[in-house]
Design a protein around this ligand. Sequence first.
Ligand SMILES: [Zn+2]
Length: 516
Amino acid sequence: MKNLFKPFIFLFLLSGLLSRAQENDLVIQEIIREVNENSQVEMLAHELMDGIGPRLVGTPEMKQAHDWAVAKYQNWGIQAKNESWGEWRGWQRGITHIDMISPRIKTLNGTQLAWSASTPKKGITAEVIILPVVKDSISFQNWLPSVKGKLVMIAMKQPTGRPDYNWEEFATKTSLEKMKADRESQRKAWNDNMKRMGYTSRTISAALEKAGAVGIIDSYWSNGFGVNKIFSSQAKKIPSIDLELEDYTMLYRLIEHGKKPSLRIHAESKELGMQPTFNTIAEIKGTEKPEEYVILSAHFDSWDGGTGATDNGTGTVVMMEVMRLLKKYYPNPKRTILVGHWGSEEQGLNGSRAFVEDHSEITKNIQAVFNQDNGTGRVVNISGSGFLNSYDYVSRWLRLVPQEVKKDIKTDFPGMPPTGGSDHASFAAAGVPAFGLSSLGWSYGNYTWHTNRDTYDKIVFDDLKNNVILTAILAYMASEDPQKSSTDQRVLPLDKDGKPTEWPKQKSPNRKGGLN
Ligand SMILES: [Zn+2]
């Protein structure tokens, strides 16, 4: 798709839309030409996702990624550094290998959860059991000693491994409705039983661990074929693994039918003590107004079930590529262009909150923040984030974006201030005009976000290149704008209780994490 955008360059030259100086048009033309002819996004994505892998806070791979990004920037002649803002429990994932050894042999699909304790060197071999249906917490406490020496499954058995869209396409209306009703009553029965036991899905692991279980087996289905969400272990000293739905439900059925399956699990990991956490910051100094900033933003960390390709490898490589192009074709920007690759967004926007808290000299002078963090898709939504005059300046910056790139973008002005979700919220809470460049879905919620399937093969590079062009032009236009963007906030509407909605408050980061 080398020439994807070429026709539009000509369209531009002919249309007379360009009212800016000739040299300004040239910047945009050069950027578009290089995206079409010499894009680096595939190579950046390969090095990051295939070479370094997932980037969980506190892991050596996270640090390796920060160092890789600094080296890339320096190689492009851009000043860059890793800025430490706190520390986190250090941990490193090792090999996970899970085999059913009885009643038949089968290697199972699963992985240890983040921060899981390691199995011993020779692994764990044990029988697997399920939670009982109990009358009350006393009967559960009476059952509890029977977990000693066992692996315990703590997730509900899903009635189907087919996502709803597949049922909707093929099932009869009757069987679809029946499946949904069965699943709902099963879910309710499971939750009611958990309540009678006196626990929740978050607290049950600790109780099982205390009673002598040797491992926890969870399964957090993400409502797609073969896809599970992989978060952190709730147990402290015994390993926790997540099994994919197919294998998890098979074990469950074997147990229900009295087969007493046994597993052998090797799930190695290392504790590394407290480790420093970083943001990678790079900048191209402004020439006319160096004290004013245009900020490119994308969190760098990820969960580690996959390689964090669409959360947020794609936002990361887009911002890196934009910086490379700006340095090459717009090396002397009017305002300073700074990129932030934040650490520990996944645990609560920690890196960006730390940056906002530690750099009031920057945050008081920001022209705009452009953040991207919801997958590989081309940008289709931009909200004014509650800034009263955002319509005026964001529209002005979008003006020279090629029609092909912006034709599907829906804007919402003044919009509402972001209350969380990604790093532009950290800036908006401090009153900084900060905007999320929101992507088309590409089944993000089910198939990639925080899952074991968030890998390089899901990246849609044409959409990334589209986003590079959009973001580079927005940054360029915001930098060149003769006016400073207004930070005036809209009057917020009343909430559902009839009280005025408040602007979100700036929050402090967790600077010492992973300890509880
Ligand atoms: Zn994210």
